[in-house]
Design a protein around this ligand. Structure first.
Ligand code: PBE
Length: 266
């Protein structure tokens, strides 16, 4: 019944992702600060969220998901962010590369590549779309690398090739991080590294780079999304700075839904 209050239409439920995601923590705060009594965020995963969104969208049904940009869902579906007048989801958000302490000394060439790695949200979006369209992430990464030879050359310029030195990158299976991590892994492989990708949960991703069991991560969303993890482990990692700008997190709904703001959920 599309004339019923939106809460009733969606069972007072926001379709979330994995529990340790910054987006989930922020959404719990949204429920509190906007006093959305009776609402809950359903935990799940990135793929489960996009599956639910696809199902609802194809049936023209209401749904509210925890969403982020860049993400292929915005090119496949007509979606909108709900306004967040309290600013709980933060304003300008960036993606940083984080290295374990001592990486520069131990793997200087990889460190240089990681330190230089920077691309645009359109670049990341292009890789995400290829993966969503069925290409495996390694193939999609290489297709992007082939099309962006100049950019990639600027990351590896003057970097000495190595002979199978081992390096591990930790990441969470978010579509955005599958894209970035595979691109960086393929570039490191192209200069001779033996790269292991470790897919983990968000907490272990940060703990790993802090305790040195992972060499680096390229999916640290700051200053808001991963603020808790950053603070928890500060001093036990090296922040190599921004690798991408133009991101956003928030509540996302199909454009056909008749609401515009988180306040409309009350
Ligand atoms: N995300 C994608 C992550 C960071 C990257 C927005 C789902 C998070 O919420 O922690």
């Amino acid at each position: 019944d599309s004339s019923a209050p939106v809460g009733q239409q969606v069972g007072y439920q926001i379709t979330g992702i994995d529990p340790g995601a910054g987006l989930m923590r922020a959404t719990e705060r949204v429920i509190e600060e906007y006093e959305l009594e009776g609402w809950r965020v359903q935990t799940g995963s990135g793929p489960a969220m996009t599956a639910a969104l696809t199902r609802a969208y194809n049936n023209n049904e209401p749904i509210i998901v925890t969403g982020w940009t860049p993400h292929w869902k915005f090119s496949k579906f007509d979606l909108k962010y709900l306004d967040d007048p309290k600013g709980i989801y933060g304003a300008e958000e960036y993606v940083h590369t984080i290295a374990r302490l001592g990486l520069q000394e131990d793997l200087p060439n990889a460190y240089t590549v990681l330190d230089r790695f920077a691309w645009t949200s359109d670049d990341m979006g292009a890789v995400m779309i290829m993966v969503e369209d069925g290409l495996d992430p390694v193939a999609a990464a290489n297709a992007w690398i082939d099309e962006n030879a100049e950019t990639v050359a600027s990351w590896i310029e003057g970097v000495d090739a190595v002979d199978g030195d081992k390096i591990s990158l930790a990441y969470v299976a978010w579509d955005s991080e599958i894209a970035s991590t595979n691109v960086v892994a393929e570039v490191l492989r192209s200069v001779g590294y033996d790269v292991t990708l470790r897919q983990v949960e968000p907490g272990p991703m940060w703990a790993g780079v802090a305790d040195g069991s992972a060499d680096a991560i390229v999916g640290a969303w700051l200053p808001t999304t991963h603020a808790d993890y950053y603070a928890e482990f500060e001093g036990r990692f090296e922040d190599l700075g921004v690798n991408m700008e133009g991101t956003r997190i928030g509540l996302v709904v199909p454009a056909y839904m008749d609401i515009d703001s988180i306040e409309d959920l009350k």
